[in-house]
Design a protein around this ligand. Structure first.
Ligand SMILES: Nc1ncnc2c1ncn2[C@@H]1O[C@H](COP(=O)(O)OP(=O)(O)OP(=O)(O)O)[C@@H](O)[C@H]1O
Length: 239
């Protein structure tokens, strides 16, 4: 997906001014940056929730899924019905049943199929939201700090799950986070944003096979990237 010279302001606040970046198709780009820099605004421009004032966003945007910080499940619907909601009017009942059964099995919520959101843990709720995000087989998946509030172990489990689902469905992913470790765990390209209007402070590529990232010889490499990104975030904060 090519973002070409876009300009966008919130009122008189210029967020993007002739801003361009390339988001590789079917890869995962993570975006880091200070609070308020414009990360969510970029996701909303990609999703066409906001319209660019100038410039273009080019890519296959037929099916876009958006995963938010909070799971945003409908409390009066079961897990199955929440996932089904995005497929209504698109597939037959039998096709929906098959697709939802499959995705719930992948996210580990088969037993919770008929549970309501208030009966689920935080991690389970976010798994249900992940199932809902992937069930429509999106071309583009936008994630806005989806794991905030989860403990480290749950985060690691969900990183693995996201990578497995990404591997299977191959959407172009744009993943906003504040967490360098998270960006390295899931990203192939990592961008650090800074300034107003936004500029790219640094661009990193993580060259490790996905989703397996446990080999010892990768640890030093990943540590190096982590230190580099932390330094760039610190510099971005000082500019
Ligand atoms: N609807 C809006 N109206 C006016 N200003 C807005 C609106 N949405 C965001 N802003 C402002 O635009 C700037 C960018 O906001 P945005 O939410 O994109 O930042 P962010 O990088 O995602 O921040 P965070 O990491 O805290 O979520 C901020 O200064 C914010 O206050």
């Amino acid at each position: 997906m090519q973002i070409n010279g876009i300009t966008f302001s919130h009122g008189k606040k210029p967020i993007f001014n002739d801003f361009s970046i390339y988001l590789p198709e079917k890869e995962i780009t993570c975006i880091l940056g200070n609070s308020g820099v414009g990360k969510t605004t970029l996701l909303k421009l990609i999703a066409r929730i906001y319209q660019v004032e100038n410039g273009t966003i080019e890519g296959n945007q037929k099916r876009v899924s958006y995963l938010f910080q909070e799971p945003r499940l409908l409390p009066w619907k079961t897990v199955f019905e929440n996932v089904e909601y995005v497929l209504l009017n698109k597939l037959s009942k039998a096709e929906r049943e098959e697709r939802i059964t499959d995705i719930l099995e992948q996210v580990g919520l088969t037993a919770e199929k008929h549970s309501f959101p208030h009966e689920l843990s935080g991690g389970m709720k976010q798994r249900a939201a992940i199932a809902r995000a992937f069930v429509g087989k999106p071309d583009i998946l936008l994630l806005d700090e989806p794991l905030q509030g989860l403990d480290v172990v749950k985060k690691m489990e969900i990183h693995e799950l996201l990578l497995t689902l990404w591997d299977r469905y191959q959407p172009t992913v744009v993943y906003v986070t504040h967490d360098v470790a998270e960006a390295i765990a899931v990203g192939q390209q990592i961008l650090v944003f800074h300034g107003r209007p936004v500029a790219v402070q640094c661009q990193c590529f993580v060259h490790t096979p996905l989703p397996k990232r446990n080999a010892e010889d990768e640890q030093a490499y990943l540590k190096g990237i982590s230190e580099h990104l932390l330094l760039q975030m610190k510099l971005a904060n000082e500019i």
